[in-house]
Design a protein. Structure first.
Length: 320
């Protein structure tokens, strides 16, 4: 009986718990730790496993996760230096895919809702006896902003009033992630890890929707405060399909490590290598199809590594 194929599976815990076939990319954890990058940006094409990889990092580092998920995977062979970091950090996880809309209002709301969910996930920090009342109120202003903002919008009669309210809300949220990091640091006495998936979605949508300047201003400020001047951050990993100009989004971010398809590191961690493809085909009794799969789905070179599109390769195996 073969393991089920992970078609469309983006959550690492679900993949492991249900015993899906997994091409082991956990050595990425070791390489991230060894390279000591404070802010790591990975850009790869769509359907190359970015979301699953980011969730794998979350499951490894996040406190309260079941370490049994990683039993038998290669990271467990890396040594105590690395395994001792398992389950030791608070993690903030955001995906900006919901910001794919045709208006700045809709895109901002998508990002804001993700940030609100992050505050709700970490609202336990309010129980800290060391948190002063002013900080508690600021935390609640982010956590409860959804109902407050919508009630205020309903009261606005003129368009100018709604626009002024939206500007006030965007200005308020520019400091949200940096503030959340400080609250988490105070509670845990350790810096959180920040993971941001599909960072480029709102920027791409804004470019085609005609509100690029507004979105760049918001994202730049959000990132500068949470990534550049944030002493309460252990490290960050950001993924996306597009490389947005460093000058427009990551202005002055001198701790940024950009890992594009041209970079020399991490090439084998997004996409399948020749060896991984052959091992998969052999497992499913399709070793004789290797040349055909190679002809169809080979041809990507990331960091000098020859890789295959994982989604297409998995689909080929599923259909055969």
């Amino acid at each position: 009986m073969f393991k089920p194929l992970p078609v469309g599976i983006e959550f690492f815990e679900k993949l492991i718990k249900n015993d899906y076939y997994y091409v082991d990319k956990t050595p990425l954890i070791k390489e991230l730790i060894d390279n000591h990058g404070e802010v790591n940006l990975f850009t790869r094409p769509r359907r190359f496993g970015k979301t699953l990889t980011l969730d794998m990092l979350r499951c490894f580092f996040e406190e309260g996760r079941n370490p049994e998920m990683f039993r038998g995977l290669r990271i467990m062979e890396a040594g105590e230096k690395y395994t001792s970091m398992m389950g030791k950090y608070p993690v903030i996880f955001l995906t900006l895919k919901s910001a794919k809309t045709n208006s700045f209002y809709g895109a901002f709301m998508g990002i804001r809702d993700q940030i609100i969910q992050a505050f709700q996930a970490h609202e336990y920090v309010l129980s800290s006896p060391d948190m002063d009342e002013e900080t508690r109120e600021t935390f609640r202003s982010f956590r409860n902003t959804w109902s407050r903002f919508n009630k205020n919008v309903e009261k606005c009669g003129r368009r100018e009033e709604r626009e002024e309210l939206l500007k006030s809300e965007t200005d308020h949220f520019k400091s949200s992630l940096a503030f959340l990091c400080s609250c988490i640091k105070q509670y845990h006495e350790k810096n959180p890890i920040l993971l941001i998936d599909e960072y480029d979605v709102p920027l791409e949508s804004s470019f085609y929707g005609g509100f690029y300047d507004e979105m760049v201003d918001f994202i730049r400020s959000l990132f500068e405060q949470s990534l550049k001047t944030n002493q309460n951050l252990e490290f960050a990993v950001i993924t996306g399909c597009l490389r947005i100009s460093k000058e427009s989004i990551f202005t002055g971010l001198n701790n940024l490590s950009i890992n594009s398809i041209r970079s020399s590191d991490y090439g084998e961690y997004f996409g399948f290598t020749d060896e991984e493809v052959y091992a998969m085909l052999e497992y499913y009794g399709l070793a004789d199809k290797y040349e055909e799969v190679s002809d169809w789905y080979n041809g990507y070179i990331f960091g000098g590594k020859n890789v295959y599109n994982p989604w297409s390769t998995i689909e080929y195996v599923r259909q055969h």
